[in-house]
Ligand binder design. Structure first.
Ligand code: TRP
Length: 330
């Protein structure tokens, strides 16, 4: 029996923040530790260059991100963690998919492309064909389950379509790809709690996993809570966000206590903020402690080992693909 195979990717666009951790990485670690699936996690640097980026920082962002992933609990003995550009078959298969299995119209319907294109002064062709590279990432390893957020579901549907089209035209080669959506909370900006927490919104919006305890305390203290209850009487977005963070950090006792106080109408936001700051500082503190045990040199070595371990599978898939699509075998 084949074990389930899980694949996911993350772009090296900056150091991890609490939203990345609670929304994605914590789940990657849980899937790894559940032990019933082979887990492959990829830092997708070829995706990162499809939008404006700083070439002088790309390499260090890549290593820093890997270091954070290991610090968050990805175990290189159990999961394969590697960098996309270390396995050139990703771009090779992406080309085959773009050239023969993906329609222009399908790519035109991608909402993420439209959103990103609006923010770029130079809209590259690669930004447009990005979903074909994403499909190649997954299918190169015959992965079936892909833990992602809601915003990636459209890309995975396209990956499934690409796989089907390849199979029907060239013979059965790739599995069906399925998103693994989890109950992970969508953590919002501390300053603008109607928007997703993101590094691109700027200082004060996101809680970096590299922040000091003092910085984290201050940022939480200043978090916006005066977005009043919604017209239907439900909780305002800022307060809800703080409750979501608290709940995700598994402080059940305190969460229940404060939620009861909220329901009875006597919750003091300072108490909520103090509890959130305490929970965040403890979780992030232990991640930071673990990060110290991975030197940047060790991280690079682990990434090389990850790529070396996984490369033969990519080569095997590509060899099959070349043959099936009719390229000359010289
Ligand atoms: N597009 C994904 C994102 O922006 C990153 C990604 C690239 C990915 N390749 C992947 C995610 C393959 C899952 C599987 O979040």
């Amino acid at each position: 029996m084949n074990r389930r195979r899980i694949f996911s990717g993350i772009q090296p666009t900056g150091t991890l923040h609490l939203g990345n951790y609670l929304g994605a990485v914590q789940n990657w670690v849980a899937l790894q530790n559940a032990g019933d699936a082979e887990c492959i996690y990829c830092i997708v640097d070829y995706h990162a260059i499809t939008i404006d980026y700083d070439l002088h920082h790309l390499a260090s962002l890549t290593v820093d991100l890997a270091r954070d992933l290991f610090a968050c609990g990805l175990d290189p003995e159990i999961s394969t963690v590697f960098v996309q550009s270390q396995v050139p078959e990703h771009t090779e298969l992406a080309w085959v998919f773009q050239a023969a299995c993906t329609s222009y119209g399908e790519l035109q319907r991608m909402t993420q492309f439209k959103a990103k294109a609006e923010e770029q002064s130079f809209v590259s062709a690669g930004l447009f064909t990005y979903p074909a590279l994403q499909a190649a990432d997954i299918l190169l390893y015959q992965a079936t389950h892909v833990p992602v957020g809601e915003d990636q579901v459209q890309h995975l549907e396209l990956a499934r379509e690409i796989s089907r089209r390849f199979n029907s035209r060239f013979g059965n080669t790739f599995p069906e790809v399925r998103p693994l959506l989890t109950a992970a909370p969508r953590i919002m900006s501390l300053r603008d709690p109607d928007k997703k927490m993101s590094k691109s919104s700027g200082e004060g919006h996101y809680l970096s996993l590299s922040a000091t305890q003092e910085e984290m305390g201050k940022m939480i203290q200043r978090a916006v809570t005066d977005v009043g209850p919604l017209p239907d009487g439900s909780m305002g977005s800022g307060v809800k966000n703080l409750f979501d963070i608290l709940q995700a950090l598994d402080d059940r006792g305190i969460y229940d206590q404060l939620m009861a106080a909220y329901r009875e109408g006597h919750l003091k936001y300072v108490d909520l903020k103090a509890a959130v700051a305490d929970a965040v500082c403890r979780t992030v503190g232990s991640i930071q402690e673990r990060r110290l045990s991975f030197s940047p040199e060790r991280v690079q070595e682990l990434l090389r080992e990850g790529a070396d371990r996984i490369r033969p599978q990519a080569e095997e898939t590509m060899a099959t693909v070349r043959e099936r699509i009719g390229l000359a075998d010289l």
